[in-house]
Design a protein around this ligand. Structure first.
Ligand SMILES: C[S@@+](CC[C@H](N)C(=O)[O-])C[C@H]1O[C@@H](n2cnc3c(N)ncnc32)[C@H](O)[C@@H]1O
Length: 535
């Protein structure tokens, strides 16, 4: 599943990007992985807090069997299979890091590309297993045609699934019970022929004895059920035995994280909000920071169903107005008249205004503005600000394109050249505060509770508040009472941020942010010597 889409759709950026996961360091608490095969779910023997149900519309889905606290682990399980994403760059078959085409190391066994002979993914089922190596030995890659070699990666993850048939029957059984939507995919006319060319024919050309239909089926299983895992520079896709059963909702009730460095590359699904017994447990297959039209289009194209969740069905998107335009006649909001019907017209919400927009005009406008937005360099602070200014009379303040600009700004202010936090003017610091607050207002509805987006934005919000407070204190421009009040507010943001981001792998960028938040909290404690107890 593109369940990581809330991380995926972000613009590529180097320094200071708090959003991409980088599980770079070894988790020392984990034993060295020696065996290739790992047992399925370690939580199987534990009493589960969920059960699997079935409906005609959603197929299997998961509900809580008891009350679940926010932050509680619902599922924790190792991967069944991990492999390259389709359309990836030339990457190491063991650890999924991008390779320098001029310095590829060849696996000693099969000659396929690796980062080094000592790649941590070598000999592991979550990387380049010995059975994959044995299979690929008779299919040496053609290094004189790197484009074709890259294309051949599309067949590798399906092949890893198929190899389970002979190498790990238990995992194969778990994979083969997943939904592939073959009929829907076959009828679509785009995906099927693409898989036929890039996967089925390639696996056949390699002389591997699998049926066409079963190869198509594993392609479908991966498209419908795989999670994007890993972080910047090491993205992969993976199937999990239980987590795939979670139904989609555009305001998810869980978050998940994968631990690249742990044995079996486990996925942890946590409740982001409290659940009552019987509540649906959901995750979002789309990018939450998109408007309804885009989310539904993505879900239809990649997951083969029409989302009709509460957020999608509500023209206001739960009061966030994430898709709203500004009326050119009166300045009020323009919303879809029927958001579950993509061809429905859009209309001004002011009862005295007759302005309407046909759906096709909305699509064209969105396309034009999205294209313009995509042209902005990922580190370009003035670029995002001027986009917001230019379209202030066209897009509602909380339109998803504005939110995307604000999201970038929330992370750029304080971290990039010309905007380093201690060099920022008071006005710029106040702008960062305003940006974070605008975002939080929306995140509280679309990703409520212990969500990564909220955790990161709370951390970003504390920084300018702290710098301004320190400046005011040094200028003696703040009373003790006021100082205590401001520090209390900062402590509350840091505490929540540390709690949320503390669920992430410690060496990921979010995990490091959690540590920084805890350190900042300790520092604030020292202010108590001056002003007495803060909270
Ligand atoms: C990853 S699978 C989830 C498990 C699946 N229900 C099953 O029985 O195998 C994703 C598929 O579940 C169904 N699904 C998930 N969430 C849904 C929702 N909110 N509305 C309708 N169908 C949904 C769709 O068929 C989708 O392609």
């Amino acid at each position: 599943m593109n369940k990581k889409s809330h991380k995926k759709k972000q613009k590529k950026r180097g320094k200071g990007d708090g959003r991409n996961k980088e599980n770079l360091a070894e988790d020392v608490t984990v034993k060295e992985q020696t065996e290739e095969a790992q047992p399925l779910s370690s939580t199987r023997k534990d009493k589960l807090c969920y059960e699997v149900k079935r409906s005609d519309i959603m197929g299997r889905y998961v509900v809580a069997t008891r009350d679940i606290r926010a932050g509680e682990v619902i599922i924790e399980e190792p991967a069944l299979v991990v492999g390259p994403c389709s359309g990836c760059a030339l990457i190491c078959l063991g650890c999924y890091r991008e390779l320098d085409e001029a310095a590829i190391v060849q696996c000693k066994g099969c000659k396929w590309p690796m980062c080094s002979e000592s790649c941590p993914g070598k000999g592991k089922y979550t990387g380049h297993s010995s059975y994959e190596c044995k299979t690929l030995k008779s299919i040496p890659p053609d290094y004189s045609n790197l484009e074709d070699l890259k294309d051949s990666y599309q067949a590798l993850t399906p092949l890893r699934c198929l190899l389970l048939k002979t190498e790990d029957l238990e995992k194969w059984k778990a994979v083969s019970t997943m939904e592939a939507h073959n009929e829907l995919r076959r009828a679509r006319g785009d995906i099927w022929p693409m898989n036929e060319k890039n996967v089925v024919q390639r696996i056949k050309k390699w002389g591997l004895k699998y049926e066409d239909e079963e190869i198509h089926t594993v392609c479908g299983i991966l498209e419908v059920n795989a999670f994007e895992v890993g972080g910047s520079g090491a993205n992969a896709r993976a199937l999990y035995d239980k987590a795939y059963l979670l139904a989609h909702d555009c305001t998810p009730t869980t978050t998940h994280t994968d631990a690249e460095k742990k044995v079996g590359r486990p996925l942890t699904v946590r409740a982001s909000i409290p659940h009552k017994a019987g509540d649906l447990i959901t995750l979002c297959y789309a990018y939450t920071l998109q408007g309804t039209l885009k989310r539904r289009e993505h879900i239809k194209v990649s997951k083969f169903f029409d989302c009709s969740c509460k957020r999608c069905a509500d023209p206001t998107e739960l009061g966030t107005y994430c898709s709203a335009f500004r009326c050119p006649k009166c300045g009020a909001r323009v919303l879809s008249t029927a958001p579950l019907e993509p061809h429905a017209p859009w209309r001004c919400t002011d009862s005295g205004c007759s302005y309407t927009m046909p759906a096709v005009a909305v699509q064209m406008l969105l396309k034009r503005l999205s294209d313009e937005f995509e042209q902005i360099d990922a580190n370009d602070v003035p670029g995002f600000e001027s986009f917001l200014h230019k379209y202030r009379n066209v897009l509602h303040d909380a339109h998803y394109l504005c939110l995307s600009a604000l999201h970038s700004l929330s992370q750029l202010y304080g971290k990039v050249t010309d905007y380093m936090i201690h060099e920022m003017t008071d006005q710029q610091l106040n702008r960062k505060i305003e940006v974070c607050r605008e975002l939080m207002k929306v995140f509280d509805f679309i990703e409520p509770g212990y969500s990564r987006l909220r955790g990161i934005t709370l951390y970003e919000l504390h920084a300018p508040l702290m710098v301004l407070t320190t400046r005011d204190f040094e200028k003696k421009a703040i009373s003790k009472e006021n100082l205590r009040g401001r520090l209390k507010e900062i402590v509350s943001y840091l505490t929540e941020s540390a709690l949320i981001l503390g669920f992430e792998p410690p060496q990921s960028s979010e995990g490091l942010m959690a540590t920084a938040a805890k350190d900042a909290l300790k520092k604030i404690k020292t202010w108590e010597q001056i002003i007495g107890k803060i909270s």
